[in-house]
Ligand binder design. Structure first.
Ligand SMILES: *Cc1c(COP(=O)(O)O)cnc(C)c1O
Length: 467
């Protein structure tokens, strides 16, 4: 195969240097194992394979963009959490990425599953999840969603407002149901990456405040309701968190709340959920903890706090989403154009446009999330140049990877993959510019299976009734 060197005018010296954290790679063909799922490797012929299947074959049979999930990697990550946290309940946060197949994997690997809408609940049930192992979240669950959950017998509903408590009581009293509930509390801890604030603003929509006593009011109301069984409290402090200090403060504040509740009512509540948010590596700058390290840290924290408040260690649960689904998939795109743009200081920036963008991965545009990328359809002997991988949408902010080194001979027709794209990308996909949402396939032992088929123009037209 020959490659037109469209970017032949690129001179590495003239291109921008990129951010400090991003090192110029010594080998532009190398795949950082911290970013790619375990069954991904570059073959002798330069083509990247997942579980033995070449990305060129995947692109030929599926077209692009396509999200490609490494099934073995997904299962192993789920198992790693389950085993590291044995004795605790591990709820996979379905909102990060959920299909019937994912629900089946979660079931087969012995985890529990969190959903936060009627749609997620329906998919979880259709995937065969035992309702008793499902938790329902959400700050504004509809009566229909609550009725579906209660009629199916979901294991727990995490209540988030007094209005919701009223709705649950109403539904239970009319239908003879009993709801198993946890109270979502805000502990004043907000954590993102390595930073956490222990007196964070409580100016947000989730939960009942521990500080002003609203959490206790909600707990007392649920505890004494004949229609509810109060299991305990739930705290979720943020996302993409790399150290456990924030969890430590949250555990201290929730344990104190449980101790106060025990003192006031004579009942020690049996459960505590510390939520999710465990960070993953999107780029070489990220250094996530292993599930084993997380588990031993969190166990120690909880046991320490229980001793301090002289209460039994409750049955604990956690809710990893991205830490399971994120690293297991890459997004596969085809390069359409390569453009060299003059920027400040006499430097140049290389814009690589691919056939997807913010409609299949909104995270960079939404919260300046960083990603990495590689040319995966061939190896290159060209030198690395700093590139910006952008989508095809009519928005200047339609960026997929702000800064990444790609080979200077990158050209239209090359396949580019973005690793660590399994969470909150396809799950947040839109039809902006009326692009059809990409397919999601899984690969295991060289075999490809379709998890979500690609949307077609017919799918779009079916909704566009046109009256
Ligand atoms: C989003 C969310 C999670 C999962 O967060 P990750 O960052 O994907 O681990 C868990 N629990 C609750 C309540 C959430 O809202």
């Amino acid at each position: 195969m020959t490659h037109t060197h469209v970017a032949g005018s690129i001179h590495a010296d003239a291109t921008a240097a990129g951010p400090q954290w991003l090192d110029r790679p010594t080998d532009v063909n190398a795949l950082d194992p911290a970013l790619w799922s375990r069954c991904v490797e570059r073959g002798e012929d330069g083509v990247v394979r997942i579980a033995g299947l070449g990305v060129d074959e995947i692109a030929a049979s599926q077209s692009t963009p396509t999200y490609v999930v490494d099934e073995e990697d997904f299962r192993q990550r789920a198992r790693a959490f389950r085993d590291a946290f044995s004795g605790w309940q591990v709820y996979y946060a379905g909102k990060s990425f959920l299909t019937r197949t994912v629900a089946r994997w979660i079931k087969e690997e012995g985890l529990y599953l969190d959903v936060c809408s009627g749609g997620e609940l329906a998919v979880a049930l259709a995937g065969g999840m035992d309702p008793a192992r499902i938790g329902l979240h959400g700050n504004n669950k509809s009566v229909d969603e609550l009725a579906l959950a209660l009629s199916q017998g979901v294991g727990r509903i995490i209540v988030d407002s007094l209005d919701e408590i009223g709705r649950i009581e109403q539904l239970c009293s009319s239908n003879g149901w009993k709801a198993r509930v946890m109270v979502r509390v805000t502990t004043g801890v907000e954590a993102h990456t390595h930073e956490y604030i222990a007196t964070a603003h409580e100016d947000q929509k989730f939960g009942f405040s521990v500080t002003n006593g609203q959490a206790m009011v909600a707990m007392v109301r649920c505890h004494y309701s004949e229609h509810m069984e109060l299991l305990g409290v739930h705290s979720h402090i943020g996302s993409q968190i790399f150290d456990t200090h924030g969890f430590e403060v949250a555990a201290r504040r929730t344990m104190k709340l449980l101790a106060q509740f025990a003192e006031a009512t004579g009942t020690e509540l049996p459960e505590l959920d510390l939520g999710g948010g465990f960070g993953i590596a999107y780029t070489s700058a990220d250094t996530p903890a292993t599930p084993d390290a997380l588990a031993s840290n969190l166990r120690e924290i909880v046991e320490h706090e229980a001793r301090g408040y002289n209460i039994a260690v409750p049955t604990m649960s956690i809710e990893p989403g991205r830490a399971i689904s994120g690293p297991t998939a890459f997004a596969l795109y085809t390069v359409g154009t390569v453009k060299v743009v003059d920027i400040e200081g006499g430097q140049q920036r290389v814009y690589v446009s691919v056939d997807g963008g913010m409609s299949d991965n909104i995270r960079p545009a939404l919260y300046a999330a960083e990603y990495s990328a590689a040319v995966v359809s061939r190896a290159s002997h060209a030198e690395p140049v700093l590139c910006r991988v952008v989508g095809k949408h009519c928005e200047g902010g339609d960026i997929l990877v702000r800064d990444v080194f790609l080979p200077a001979d990158i050209a239209p027709g090359d396949l580019v993959a973005v690793p660590a794209a399994g969470a909150y990308s396809r799950a947040m996909a839109s039809n902006y510019n009326l692009l059809t949402k990409p397919a999601v396939v899984s690969v295991r032992d060289g075999k490809l299976a379709t998890m979500l088929r690609r949307e077609t123009l017919e799918d779009l037209m079916r909704l566009d009734v046109g009256e």
